[in-house]
Design a protein around this ligand. Structure first.
Ligand code: AHR
Length: 816
């Protein structure tokens, strides 16, 4: 009793009313899909089960049309589609310093890459080995190979033996030298390439093994396309079973592929080509993806279609609209060249859906799939923007509709918001607009009603092709999950407009994390889903057919006061600060702790001089609160103004941004914009800045004028939606408590009688907790029977999914 008392005292109280007689929007069965892109080695070294990295000895190639400038890969210096001038785009060449044969090492002999005896046009390079007795050639796969006792591994390679005669031993070896598997193969003189095949059976296990070819004799030989695949497949497909099953368990309505930025390519020449991913593996041209690595395309267009079919998901291919990534080079196909790209898109659709009597339908049939695949939608472009893109979309969509009138065409939009300029130019064949929404901590909770503000009189539907709460949430903690759950609840609630959504990115090989927050983490042998993975799964498992009117009555407790260090920062700008005082007391200028940037102090002026990077902070520690901060600030050069932070609230840095967003706005931010107004900072002019904090209120003055006055909204909310599953009659209620204390909810039901129910909870006392390899279920769903049908306790930081066995008619006892 004594233990329970404090908890009871802390619990808040609220009421959720559901009126089952008032129906809301119908919810499409395929609302939630998955976004599968080759980023973070999601496919190569991930879902695709090939264990050898650089199997075709092609990874040292430069992507088509690109050149090397020092250690940097440079795009052709051509005008970009959007800006009209060359972006002079470069990236660090990821294979710099790895020689001709990345991922391969040789000991005791020599190896060079030759191109005079191409195995195929797609795999023109081969390794020429000059072996001595005992030479070994090693490949460690993708950060180690998961070799498991009893598993059989299919090894195959192509070889020529100009002078090497005798056996070659293939081995799987643990890092501690244990031999896990071995088999011999003999090298014989041949004319041209000869395919060698063998099976390696593992007699012991290790998750970080490597593949070794040992040559006991002397002589020259050529090797190409060395492949090692476990015989255990996932439903007959060359996929890693644990990863494929994790995806299948999400019951996705669709699988969006190949991107993302991958769709666009770093340059137009590097865009993915579906037709180059078909047929024998050694005949598939690799693709250099914008995330900086080569992909061998073993998981190609056909395999993706098979995967979609296996998990009963709609295929959603995203075609390049003749424009490469605007963040990279933005190079593009001319309007004339676009004709070929349009034909290519039509051919791809024919491959998937055409009869066996059609050219590409016959090709599909020869690949083993007589029956056409289902394909009901295509996307044309990724994150392209503006009227010029809209006009391209119009042209491509018209051609698609002319041949395939029933296929829905999706226009891609920019990140955060829809692009009206592109939409207006897109023409009558536009069915769906794809918005991308990467949002910071608490944004989705605070903006639960954002979709309600979208126009409803438009002739298109909305698809949120990439969404995630992914800033200020560690690598994806419980706060991120609360944001993601809030976002999905708002999509579901607004399903009259939002017809599809996919969390992004889906997969992360933890050895190549290229995006801050991803849904599923894995290495060579292990996998776990973040708490948001479980949230996505719960939403898919509990998708009603129709929304029911739901209201929440809950007053959150007042949030914490703003408290903590003060900070100064610039973004793409150099600036100076002086006369810094807290409550009239000058700050000891030695107390500043620079975090990023070049900070220096001279004659009482504190300067940040780097202007080619952002988020360049220096902090003055302490638990400052309810204070008045005054300072003078001057922009020296660069794209923006300056930023001053005044402490934290719920772990979020609270800052006043003066001249942000390309020097166009002033704003109060708390890892997300609280209030933004137009405003500029002039170069070279000293400004008087005064910022007051009182509790959760921030007032910012510039040259004596009050420009911003905001009270931070508390992130503690109770959100609820409900709907009916028509087949079972179940009432499904989704409730979110984002606060740090429990909330008791009175559940009031109208128009429905309830007999029993279950509640599935995803909760974490600690908002910053994350799942990990060692605690993959630290935050995982727990199901229990409902003890009361009238009230419910929502734990701190929790998602609760209540399923009530229900039939029509008033539930009098529960109705208050
Ligand atoms: O999901 C990662 C990237 O985010 C996608 O490639 C791109 O479309 C978006 O900007």
């Amino acid at each position: 009793m004594t233990l329970l008392l404090p908890i009871l005292l802390l619990a808040g109280r609220g009421r959720v009313e559901i009126d089952a007689t008032k129906l809301g929007a119908r919810i499409p069965k395929g609302l939630y899909g998955v976004f599968l892109e080759e980023i973070n080695n999601a496919g190569e070294g991930g879902l695709y089960a090939e264990m050898i990295q650089n199997r075709g000895f092609e990874d040292a190639n430069l992507p088509p049309a690109c050149t090397l400038e020092g250690n940097q890969l440079a795009a052709p210096k051509e005008p970009s589609f959007w800006e009209g001038y060359s972006k002079d785009w470069k990236m660090d060449w990821p294979y710099a310093g790895q020689g001709e044969t990345p991922s391969w090492t040789i000991e005791g002999g020599t190896m060079r890459v030759v191109a005079d005896r191409p195995l195929s046009p797609a795999s023109p390079h081969a390794a020429e080995i000059d072996a001595k007795p005992g030479t070994s050639l090693t490949n460690a796969g993708f950060w180690g190979m998961n070799v498991q006792k009893g598993e059989r591994y299919d090894l195959s390679f192509f070889a020529q033996f100009p002078s090497y005669r005798g056996d070659i031993q293939a081995q799987l070896v643990a890092p501690d030298g244990r031999l896990l598997a071995s088999a011999d193969i003999s090298g014989r003189a041949t004319n041209g390439w000869q395919r060698q095949k063998m099976v390696l059976t593992a007699e012991d296990s290790d998750p970080k093994a490597k593949f070794v070819l040992v040559f006991p004799r002397e002589g020259k030989l050529l090797l190409d396309f060395i492949s090692l695949m476990p015989q255990t497949k996932w439903r007959g497909l060359p996929l890693r079973p644990d990863l494929a099953q994790m995806i299948a368990d999400l019951k996705p309505g669709f699988v969006r592929w190949p991107g993302g930025c991958v769709t666009e390519g770093i340059t137009i020449e590097t865009r993915p080509r579906w037709e180059q991913t078909l047929g024998p593996l050694q005949g598939r041209t690799p693709t250099f993806v914008p995330w900086g690595y080569w992909v061998s395309n073993g998981f190609g267009y056909h395999e993706w279609l098979l995967f979609c079919e296996a998990i009963h998901a709609e295929p959603l291919y995203v075609f390049n609209a003749g424009i490469s990534c605007a963040f990279r080079s933005g190079t593009y196909l001319t309007d004339d060249e676009l004709t070929g790209q349009i034909q290519n898109i039509l051919d791809a659709i024919e491959y998937a859906t055409g009869p066996v009597t059609s050219k590409y339908g016959a090709m599909r049939a020869r690949a083993g799939h007589q029956k056409p695949f289902a394909m009901h939608m295509v996307e044309l472009g990724n994150e392209d923007q503006g009227p010029k893109y809209g006009a391209r979309f119009r042209r491509i969509a018209a051609a698609v509709k002319a041949k395939y009138p029933k296929i829905k065409t999706i226009l891609s939009s920019w990140i955060s918001g829809i692009d009206h300029a592109a939409i207006n130019a897109a023409g009558p064949q536009l069915n769906v607009v794809d918005e991308h929404a990467y949002t910071p901590v608490n944004w989705a909770v605070q903006h639960f009603d954002s979709f309600a503000k979208y126009p409803r009189t438009v002739p298109w539907e909305l698809y949120i092709g990439e969404f995630a709460t992914n800033a200020g949430v560690g690598r994806g903690n419980m706060t991120a999950t609360l944001g993601d759950a809030a976002y999905m609840m708002s999509m579901e609630k607004n399903a009259d407009l939002v017809k599809m959504g996919s969390y992004a990115p889906l997969l992360e090989n933890i050895n190549r994390r290229q995006w801050e927050v991803n849904l599923i983490h894995f290495d060579s042998s292990r996998v776990y889903g973040r708490a948001s993975y479980f949230a996505c799964k719960l939403f898919a498992d509990n998708l009603p057919d129709v929304n029911l009117a739901t209201t929440v009555d809950y007053t959150p407790p007042p949030g914490a006061s703003i408290e903590g260090p003060v900070g100064l920062a610039t973004w793409l700008t150099s600036a100076e600060f002086k006369d810094i005082q807290i409550d009239g007391n000058p700050i000891d200028t030695d107390g500043w702790k620079p975090e990023r940037g070049e900070w220096s102090l001279k004659d009482g002026v504190y300067a940040q001089s780097v202007r080619d990077d952002g988020d360049l902070w220096s902090y003055f520690g302490g638990r400052h609160h309810d204070m008045t901060l005054t300072l003078k600030a001057r922009k020296i050069a660069g794209a923006e103004g300056f930023v001053v932070s005044v402490g934290n609230a719920e772990g979020r840095r609270v800052q006043v941004n003066l001249g942000g967003w390309g020097n166009r706005f002033y704003a109060i931010e708390a890892e997300g914009v609280v209030r933004q107004i137009p405003g500029q900072i002039q170069t070279g002019r000293w400004y008087d800045v005064k910022i007051e904090t009182r509790g959760r209120t921030v007032k910012a003055y510039l040259d004596g004028d009050l420009i911003l006055n905001e009270t931070l909204p508390t992130p503690d909310r109770v959100l609820a939606i409900s709907g009916r599953d028509e087949q079972s009659g179940d009432l499904i209620v989704k409730l979110l408590n984002t606060g740090s204390g429990p909330v008791d909810i009175d559940l009031a039901l109208k128009g429905v009688t309830v007999r029993s129910g279950t509640v599935t909870r995803l909760a974490s006392e600690e908002a910053t907790a994350e799942n990990s390899f060692s605690s993959p279920h630290r935050i995982a769903p727990i199901v229990s029977l409902l003890s009361s049908l009238d009230s419910l306790s929502l734990p701190a930081h929790s998602l609760s999914i209540v399923r009530l066995k229900a039939r029509p008619g008033d539930h009098k006892q529960a109705l208050k």
